[in-house]
Design a protein. Sequence first.
Length: 584
Amino acid sequence: MTRRQWMQACGPLLLPPGLSAQGSASRGVRAQPRGRPSGLPFQARFTDVAAAAGLVHPVINGLPEAADYILETVGPGVAFFDYDNDGWLDIFVLNGSRAGGAPAGTTNRLYKNNRDGTFADVTEAAGLVSSGWAQGVTIGDYNNDGFEDIFVTRWGQNTLYRNNGDGTFTDVTARAGLLQEGVHWGSGCTFIDFDRDGHLDLFVANYLEFDFQTIPKPGSKDSCLWKGSPVLCGPRGLTPSRQYLYRNRGDGTFEDVSVKSGIARAKGSYAMTAVAADLDNDGWPDLWVACDSTPSYFFRNNRDGTFREEGLGRGLALSEDGMAQAGMGIAVGDFNLDGSLDLFKTHFADDMHGLYRNDGRGNFEEVTLQAGLGVETRYVGWGAGMVDLDNDGWPDLFMVTGSPFPGIERRVPTHSHRSPRLLFRNLGGGKFEELLDAAGPGLNSPHSSRGCAFGDFDNDGDLDIVIINLNEPPSLLRNDVDGSRHWLKVKLRGVKSNRSAIGARATLAYGGRTQAQEVCAQSSFYSVNDSRLHFGLGAETKAELTIRWPSGLTEKIGAVKVDRLLLIEEGRGIVKEDVFPARR
């Protein structure tokens, strides 16, 4: 009997004594010893330029010094996307609230890229002023009109904003058939063309049932303690919620197919970030949902309009030793350059953040320890990315951290509410090393962060990072890559497939390596990355590209030129090339 078969038969293992009563799952593991540093120079440096760029408004979510409710500590996501089609990334920042009411002026914010390193707050002009407990965001052109639309989950009522193409948005939630009865805690969400009909469908996760009037007080139960100190209650001890799938009818409205598709059958887990991607390489998009302190969900697409939950059998529900973990954020990428999508999931403090290697058929093996990631267990992880930050041709791992317990250091001195960002450089051969001081001041600054998104906001050929910090303005980490490393960006536009090309896969061959990337509509933590796929190439100047579209069409584009953005339209190949300005 294999380990996976044994886990399927036996189910999750119990946590060690003293940990099972905590609200959040943590295995209580100690960090592994650090090996000798590689000594290799890291040719990327990050500087927080948020204030100079105009990202000055704080993200409100609970009080900065104390929290009585889990809703006050989860926090929202952020999106990099080009809402006005000018070729420059704009930023959509979600905002929360407070139990006694948010400060005046608290709202989600749309920042327009001024193309000079600064952004203008166009929230009011765009019609996006909105207060409340916003959580997750997904971006996609649901009506195939050429402009990206926005869907936001909340505690309360989710919202679909249609992009009118003139710089404004309209709330079309009701007319689209997406209003829900009662109060739900919407969490992860993603556009997905699950039936490959060219119209974007919508998956919406829900975290748990929450009511300010009925939630127990901090410290009132065993599940409201952490390291013996009273903290807010949850998620354990609270009631999990259910998941929804909406099919796009192609006329601007959606049909609830949650039951018909089998999605509604999955119960009992606290669902957070959702990712839609073809994880078993059969050409059809699947769903992986990070779940907090409960088994994570893997919904395999049956290719007939239905899904089957196979998380345990696929190796994606539990830790390697069969324990539930506090899954929050998800990163997707091809860390070992074998042409299949691997996965990474962030967890709670005193646990390891998990790396899962795909065998090419959608079976995953946890390789956290082998990869060298077990050296870091100090912090609570949230948003994450599997992205090439130094353009050396190998995707790195980046994550943001922060405790859900404001002021925890007063009671548990070994843990801090605010903590740094983490960067693991990919050394190749399946190995990573944590870089503690080599990547610039933007990584060491402590914050209580949640969502983060990756994209090239200044169009200089490297990946920058925007980060949500609770009760502070966002961070905007500008990346400056030294040296002469090459890169390639690929922007895909569907014709028979959905216009946003969500679910399309680009596979790049360069220097004897093969890297796969897929256009995803949510990852990290409740966030959306630049839809332009970015490949670092190192010293390579020659590459060959293969595109597999959701429609089933495959296009091969040989001998592409590097250090540029390629716009590729389904069925037509390269229709435009943009050469970005030289780096600073």
